[in-house]
Design a protein around this ligand. Sequence first.
Ligand code: PEP
Ligand code: MN
Length: 376
Amino acid sequence: MLIEIERGRNQTLQQIRDLAARFGNRIEIMEGTGVFDTIHVIGDTRGFGDREDYVRSLPGVRAFFHAASGYANIARTIRGKDGVAQRRDRRVVEVPGLDGKIRRIGGGKHMFLVGPDSPQTLPQTLAIARMARELGERFGILDRLILRGGAFKPRTRPNDWRGLGMKGIAMLDAAREESGIPYVTEIMDHNRVEEIGTHADMLQIGTRNAQNFDLLESVGRFGKPVILKRGFGNEIEEWFYAAEYVANQGNLNICLCERGMKTLFTKGGYCRNQPDLNAITHARKQTILPVIFDPSHVAGDYRIVPENLMASVAHLVDGTITETLHEESFRQEQLCDAAQALTMESYSVLVEAVLTYEEKVLPLMRKVTGEPDPNR
Ligand code: PEP
Ligand code: MN
């Protein structure tokens, strides 16, 4: 634990020294070049760390850093035997399908999560599932496809359409039945995890609920695979802590999803959310969890979804989750996120682009970035 303090604050220094002694910690002071020094608190600092707010409140304290991560269950580097750093392998999140194929997110091949923003009609939902199946067969990637669709929609404006609820879940069930492809759906209420989770193959926690701790824990206890979107205003570590809420309930089947954030620049309207592509790389380095990307909510406009998706592929993302229409004429019927949906026809071209990139360019990217090829 490191504390930055103004030089000459002797009373504060003594208070920190006393607090450290109370928890059996030793301190060392490193002199800075300017007017701040750094106090290093050494030893098992958990008790001391619990007093962070108190320490921050002392006069002259400028910053307080936790050296140890608070997300040991998902961290890539943990404290191993004898206190030596241990680097763990990245995890693969497995989602089995009715067709007997297991979807492996984080297994080294790009995973394609695709479907409507929300199931609205049965013909629409089934048509997308059939097209996805056809796409999977055509490119030999059925085991890399997962359907998506939100039946419970978090809406900013309370009078907007909020999804079909369990009727929508029944449509997704039918789509899975017909195509054999598993599906992911959003869950918002921690009291309904079991009810919805017994239907779904994978649960999504959306950006608005990314720090709903009751929900995170319920989904953690339930155990089915989870997509955890990053809160649109969350710092990267807050996202990791949210994942830790799921993990520390015993569920490590978590897939992180970067979906962009609200910034000063999104206000002007050229994109809906600003993507943090470097977060993909960072999350893949700092955690053992697979990381996917959502180009649809980043873009907000189907015309700029393709380049966003490909940018994430260049960032070695483990998969993408994309919203689609079965046909262009449905755009005017769609009650949520109509502007950002790609037609399945365009999507299939994009899939071909990803597969081509994967074959031709990714081996070179892996060489340049030093990322090991998990297939080898
Ligand atoms: C969605 O996937 O439709 C959705 C609402 O996502 P987000 O939580 O990222 O906005
Ligand atoms: Mn959406």
